[in-house]
Ligand binder design. Structure first.
Ligand code: FES
Length: 145
């Protein structure tokens, strides 16, 4: 059911963890399954993504797609990172079963949310970047539980 590349990234996910003082951070939820993904970006003064980490409560497909997505954006400029869509990630993994396609959206949306956070903090506009729909940061920060 899963390609070798998906299994490899699921069993040995790259870039798992967190970054201290990230340049941008995005947390999104998947409305279909309720799973959560957080991406941390370290972006240098030339707008190159120096480092990236992710944490997820997602399924195996979410782990594999996030692992691949982080590999694809690492070392890229923020504008190049905008071209890393869930489709590009799925192609890099040689495909996903149709029922798992929604899982691959988490990584793309979390990267966009982290880029949005970076853009907000630095007062810049990233071409083609929309405000994140499912950024759940505020809810998380606002409540004690
Ligand atoms: Fe939730 Fe895959 S089932 S991310």
């Amino acid at each position: 059911m899963y390609t070798e590349k998906v299994m490899d990234h699921f069993e040995h996910p790259r870039n798992v963890g967190e970054l201290e003082n990230p340049s941008g951070m995005g947390t999104v939820g998947n409305p279909k399954c309720g799973d959560i993904m957080r991406i941390y970006l370290d972006i240098d003064e030339n707008q190159v993504i120096r480092d990236v980490k992710f944490k997820t409560f997602g399924c195996g497909a979410a782990v594999a797609t996030s692992s691949m997505a982080t590999e694809l954006v690492k070392g890229k400029t923020i504008q190049e990172a905008m071209t890393v869509t869930n489709k590009a990630v799925m192609e890099a993994l040689d495909g996903l079963p149709p029922v798992k396609v929604h899982c691959s959206l988490l990584a793309e949306e979390a990267i966009h949310a982290a880029l949005w956070d970076y853009a907000q903090k630095n007062g810049i506009t990233i071409e083609g970047l929309e405000p994140p729909k499912d950024n759940i940061e505020e809810e998380e920060d606002g409540e004690d539980y």
